[in-house]
Design a protein around this ligand. Structure first.
Ligand code: XMP
Length: 321
C-alpha cells in the first residue's frame, strides 16, 4: 500500500495538528471547502482541523440520510454549536431511500450509499457553495480493508481508481488517512473535543443500513433505530469497542399471547477490539443478555427472536454488511 501508517507510538499530536492545518490551508488557498460531519470521532477531528485552517471558508454539513440513530442529527448540530462551529443540517432522506430501493446485496447497498453521498448530496453542495474541495475523515483501516477487498468502505474512492474531480467535480482532502482509530482519538483529545466525541464508539458511514440485512426500507430502519437505542442503553456500562443490533431478513415463527407470530429476528453484537482489525465478542453477563431479549421483544412490535453473536473477527467482520 502506498500510504504509510503513522503508529500511535510515533504520533506527536500537537505536531500532527500543526502540520495538517498548514497542509489544508495551502491546498485550499483562497478557495472554499465543504465537509460532512456525522459526529463520529473521525469527521469531528476533520471538522476541527478544517476550521482551524480555513475558518469560515469551510462549510460543515450534517447529512441526515434517514439512517442515523435517534436524535443524532439535532444532538450533533447543537454540540458543535457549543464548540463554536456552525453545522448546517441537510435533509437528504429521500435521496438515500431512493438509491437503496430494491437493493439487497451488501456491496450494491454500499455502492448506492456512496453514490447518494458523493454524486447527489456533496456534488449539489459543491455547486451551491462554489467549493472545490471536500474534506473527509478516511482512516488507515478503511483504506487497508478496501484495498484488500474485505469490504468497500463508503468513503474510499481514490484508492479504487476513482478520479473524484472528473467523476464528481471536486477534489478530496483526507488528513487522517495515515492514522488508525486510537491515534485519531488522541488527536481529538489534543484538539479539546469533548469526552463524548473522543470516546464515541465507531458508527459506519452507511449508518443503520449496515445493520439491516436485505432491502433497506423505512419500516426496517424504524425497527433497527429502536433496537439500537435499547442496545446502547443496556450495554452502556460494558467496556467494549462497539455494540449494536442487526436486523435479519428471514422471519421466524414465534408465539405471543398464545398466538403464533411470524416475526423479526435481532442479532446483538458487542466487540472487544483495539483498532477494528481483529475483534472478539465480549463476555456479557447472562442477566444483561436476558434483559436485552426481554426489552427487544416487548418494546419493538413483531420481534420474536434475539441472538448474541459469539464469533471472532476474522472470520466475522464487525458489521454484518
Ligand atoms: P468491519 O465490519 O469491516 O468494520 O469489520 C471495521 C470498522 O469499520 C466500521 N465500518 C465503517 N466505517 N464506513 C465507515 O466509516 C464504512 O463503510 C464502514 N464499514 C464498517 C465498523 O463499524 C467497524 O468499526
Amino acid at each position: 500500500m502506498k500510504i504509510k501508517e503513522i503508529k500511535l507510538e510515533e504520533l506527536d499530536p500537537e505536531k500532527f495538528i500543526e502540520e495538517k492545518v498548514r497542509e489544508i490551508s495551502s491546498i485550499v488557498g483562497n478557495n472554499i471547502a465543504i465537509n460532512a460531519l456525522s459526529g463520529g470521532v473521525d469527521s469531528s477531528v476533520v471538522t476541527m482541523l478544517g476550521h482551524k485552517a480555513l475558518g469560515n471558508r469551510l462549510k460543515t454539513y450534517f447529512i441526515d440520510n434517514g439512517l442515523m440513530r435517534e436524535n443524532e442529527p439535532k444532538h450533533i448540530v447543537s454540540l458543535f454549536k457549543k464548540l463554536g462551529v456552525k453545522v448546517r443540517l441537510v435533509n437528504a432522506k429521500e435521496v438515500f431511500f431512493k438509491r437503496l430501493k430494491g437493493l439487497r446485496k451488501p456491496e450494491e447497498k454500499r455502492e448506492a450509499i456512496t453514490k447518494a453521498f458523493y454524486k447527489d448530496v456533496f456534488a449539489q453542495l459543491i455547486r451551491k457553495t462554489n467549493a472545490r474541495y471536500l474534506l473527509q475523515g478516511t482512516n488507515y483501516t478503511d483504506v487497508e480493508e478496501t484495498v484488500r477487498g474485505i469490504k468497500r468502505q463508503h468513503n474510499i474512492l481514490e484508492q479504487l481508481g476513482i478520479d473524484t474531480e472528473k467523476e464528481y467535480g471536486y477534489k478530496i482532502i483526507e488528513p487522517l488517512i495515515q492514522l488508525r482509530k486510537p491515534a485519531i482519538r488522541k488527536i481529538a483529545e489534543a484538539l479539546g473535543l469533548p469526552e463524548e466525541i473522543c470516546n464515541r464508539q465507531p458508527f459506519p458511514g452507511p449508518a443503520l443500513a449496515a445493520r439491516i440485512i436485505g432491502e433497506v426500507t423505512k419500516e426496517k430502519v424504524k425497527i433497527i433505530r429502536k433496537a439500537t437505542k435499547i442496545v446502547e442503553e443496556e450495554l452502556s456500562n460494558i467496556k467494549a469497542f462497539q455494540y449494536f443490533p442487526v436486523l435479519h431478513e428471514d422471519k421466524v415463527t414465534g408465539i405471543r399471547n398464545g398466538k403464533r407470530e411470524y416475526g423479526f429476528q435481532i442479532e446483538v453484537r458487542c466487540w472487544n477490539s483495539k483498532d477494528a482489525k481483529t475483534a472478539s465478542p465480549t463476555r456479557i453477563p447472562y442477566k444483561i443478555l436476558e434483559r436485552l431479549a426481554e426489552r427487544l421483544t416487548q418494546e419493538i412490535k413483531n420481534v420474536v427472536s434475539v441472538t448474541y453473536n459469539i464469533t471472532k473477527k476474522p472470520p466475522s467482520t464487525i458489521e454484518a454488511l
